[in-house]
Design a protein around this ligand. Structure first.
Ligand code: PGA
Length: 254
């Protein structure tokens, strides 16, 4: 069975509580039930906005989590705390966290495990840097990131885990991967998932593309068989553009 498309907005450090409540209310109001049922729509605001992100037919995502449930970890937020707020998805291993906060593959693995234990679906981000692509190392880099992030992970249902392929050179640069470049890497990821989690599960885990997705390039990306949706940064902050992307993907779903 073809998995349901996912369109996820990663708001990064944008939109506080009041902006968040207005945005999700308008988003939910402007989409029909049919659209909301046909694909999974996620918004991932900053932690303090999470309680204000509830709206019918829209899933709430966090952008990070700590791997311990509680303890002396100043400034951190745990998976049971996110769960209590009604968070259903959580981004882990975003390249900005790897780069600016020294997040390691081991931490990403621990975060993925705690989320799955607590019934929150991780959106695990992987992707090569430009110099790695230029050196032809991208497939190995992504396979390594997957093997580290998913070490000891058990997948009960294919939709309990989401992978996002986000080439670092495409994030926030306007330099989107071509649909074929994205599809080639999604095939590498798919093969990895099928090999390690079995054909039934591996073939249905959703793999999103992220990096400079916009209203013009989404149609070309979504044409590809292995692209099951998108993780969108900058453009997801604009309601009209986010809705336009959702509608393009819903059309494809029909
Ligand atoms: P972008 O960000 O869409 O602004 O390139 C994507 C992401 O960081 O997830």
């Amino acid at each position: 069975m073809k998995p349901k498309y996912v369109i996820a907005g990663n708001w990064k450090l944008n939109k506080g509580p009041s902006e968040t409540s207005v945005f999700v209310r308008d988003l939910s109001d402007q989409l029909t039930h049919e659209v909301k049922n046909s694909i999974d729509i996620i918004v991932a605001p900053p932690f303090t906005s999470l309680p204000f992100a509830k709206a019918s037919g829209i899933y709430i995502g966090a952008q990070d989590v700590h791997w311990e449930d509680k303890g002396a970890f100043t400034g951190e937020v745990s998976a049971p705390m996110l769960k209590e707020l009604g968070v259903q998805y959580c981004i882990v291993g975003h390249s900005e966290r790897r780069l600016y906060f020294n997040e390691t593959d081991r931490m990403i693995n621990l975060k993925t495990c705690t989320l799955m234990r607590n019934g929150i679906k991780p959106i695990v981000c992987v992707g090569e840097r430009l110099e790695e692509r230029k050196a032809g190392l991208m497939n190995n880099v992504v396979r390594f990131q997957l093997s580290a992030a998913l070490f000891d992970v058990e997948i009960k249902r294919p939709d309990d885990l989401v992978i996002a392929y986000e080439p670092v050179w495409a994030i926030g640069t306007g330099d989107v991967a071509t649909p074929q470049q994205a599809e080639d890497m999604h095939e590498v990821i798919r093969q990895y998932l099928e090999k390690h989690f079995g054909i039934n599960t591996g073939s249905e885990v959703r793999i999103l593309y992220g990096g400079s997705v916009n209203t013009d390039n989404i149609a070309g990306l979504i044409e590809k068989d292995e692209i099951n949706g998108a993780l969108i940064g900058g453009v997801s902050l604009d309601l009209a553009k986010f809705i336009s992307i959702i509608k393009t993907v819903t059309e494809k779903e029909r």
